[in-house]
Design a binder for this molecule. Structure first.
Ligand SMILES: [Zn+2]
Length: 477
């Protein structure tokens, strides 16, 4: 016999907190006008995990009045990490004795080799999942391990925890001695990509517009593959792209004169621009040799030292940049020129780039973005608006994954991917927010509050992490 109570329990939940998000689908240059702040707000999540309503608590529709209410101090959209390396989970804060290429040889190739062991990889996958949940990272573009056994563990743990992921086996067919265990033949590399797509792409829903687990084609960078492999990837991607498979790699990270990454790419391929190697133009003189790997489901990490034509080509193809300022500081890679980059219309999201980045929390990466861009020389220096930081940490990441229709903000109709924040769990945050917001002007005070919340946030203050309305559960180690 149905009681009134069970008849009313439709699975609807209400979350009452100060809401901040970037509403709609603005251009990067127009996000400030799309900032929404609702000091005593409510987010209504229906039973299937979709956002049914967002607005002031005082205006909560009567239809939701009986739903259970969870309170928090703040509620933000889930953070999106647009570039993070699973097989570098344990390599944060590793002293490499030099910049990118030395650090790869001394720290990264050895640590990534450990992932060939199934037990090691299982534990690492649980650790990597715990780190994402602790940091409020609800969705991520994850640079994968060379070893299928490790990728399988990564996908299994991600599904069990309820997080969103796009990942792909890190492909290397050529490299230095230190990377020997990570290399395969060129033909085997293509077979393994296809196998990962067949076994894991959109495995949970069968639809790349809704799936939480999706697959990417991921060469480590141009120096780790050859013209022949890039051509074969292009052929594979022509078909895979139709099914929503992604492409992800690194671009223009380190330009140390003479022997840095960019000089090595231009020298070994004989191309005029690094991007050309991913754009099918990988033959000497940037002549066409195959199909382009660029598009709406493509993103490239760093893009610190791009030529103007590379930026406009990314913008024109819908390819996003995963901007990783924390990592760029760590490896001395330089600073991506913010204004010149966003002015081209290319989408710029934030990435931790763990392990060259030593910080998992994307809002802290946003804080580093603020610091490096205000320090750019001369007229290039810019104080990023708090709404730009929030956008880069959330909606721009959803856009980089071509999943803006599903998550990235708190608009009704999207999946409920969000974080609950309790300031009392991190005393400095509570101090700054309760005593440090001084402006008499309400609009200015709101911006001060958002900036302090983002830059001052630390992991202990993240009290709940939700994906499609379900609380993410961290595995035991
Ligand atoms: Zn990286």
């Amino acid at each position: 016999m149905p009681s009134t109570d069970t008849a009313r329990d439709t699975g609807v939940r209400v979350y009452r907190a100060h809401l901040f998000h970037i509403a709609g689908a603005p251009a990067q240059t127009d996000v400030a006008s799309h900032l929404v702040s609702i000091p005593d707000g409510a987010l209504v999540v229906e039973g299937e995990g979709m956002i049914a309503w967002t607005g002031p608590w005082a205006e909560l529709p009567a239809a939701f009045a009986d739903a259970p209410v969870t309170r928090a101090d703040y509620l933000l959209p889930g953070f999106v990490d647009s570039h993070v390396h699973f097989p570098q989970s344990y390599a944060t804060a590793a002293h490499g004795g030099g910049q990118l290429l030395e650090w790869l040889d001394h720290c990264i190739f050895p640590t990534e080799t450990q992932f060939r062991d199934a037990d090691f990889a299982d534990r690492a996958a649980r650790y990597f999942t715990r780190r994402r949940i602790a940091a409020g990272t609800t969705a991520a573009m994850v640079f994968g391990s060379a070893f299928p056994v490790a990728q399988d563990a990564l996908y299994r743990e991600t599904l069990a925890a309820g997080l969103r992921i796009v990942s792909g086996r890190g492909v290397q067919t050529v490299g230095p001695d230190a990377a020997a265990a990570l290399l395969t033949t060129e033909d085997r590399a293509i077979e393994l990509i296809q196998d990962e797509i067949d076994r894991w792409h959109a495995v949970d829903t069968g639809d790349p517009r809704t799936a939480h687990v999706q697959v990417a084609v991921v060469p480590r960078f141009s120096l780790s593959v050859t013209q022949r492999t890039l051509a074969a990837m292009g052929e594979l991607y022509e078909e895979a792209q139709l099914h929503g498979v992604y492409f992800h790699s690194h671009l223009n990270e380190n330009n140390r004169k003479g022997d840095g990454e960019i000089a090595a790419v231009l020298g070994s391929y004989g191309v005029e621009a690094y991007l050309d190697t991913y754009d099918g133009r990988f033959l000497p003189g940037s002549r066409s040799g195959g199909r382009s790997l660029l598009g709406r489901r493509s993103s490239l990490a760093h893009a610190v030292h791009c030529q103007p034509r590379e930026l406009s080509r990314m913008a024109e193809t819908g390819t996003s940049i995963a901007h990783c300022p924390t990592s760029q500081l760590f490896l001395g890679s330089g600073t991506m020129p913010w204004r010149a980059t966003v002015a081209t219309g290319v989408n710029v999201a934030l990435g931790s780039d763990i392990g060259a980045g030593d910080e998992w929390l994307i809002s802290r990466v946003a804080g580093d973005a603020y610091k490096v861009h205000i320090s750019e020389e001369g007229d290039a220096g810019t104080a990023l608006h708090p709404a730009e930081l929030l956008f880069a940490a959330t909606l721009a990441g959803a856009r980089a994954l071509d999943m803006e229709h599903a998550f990235g903000n708190l608009d009704p109709g999207k999946d409920a991917d969000f974080l609950l924040i309790e300031t009392g769990r991190w005393e400095p945050l509570e101090g700054m927010l309760s005593m440090g917001i001084r402006s008499d002007d309400e609009e200015q005070a709101t911006l001060e509050e958002l900036f302090t919340l983002l830059v001052g946030l630390r992991q202990p203050a993240i009290a709940g992490v939700y994906v499609q309305g379900r609380r993410a559960v961290a595995p035991e180690l």
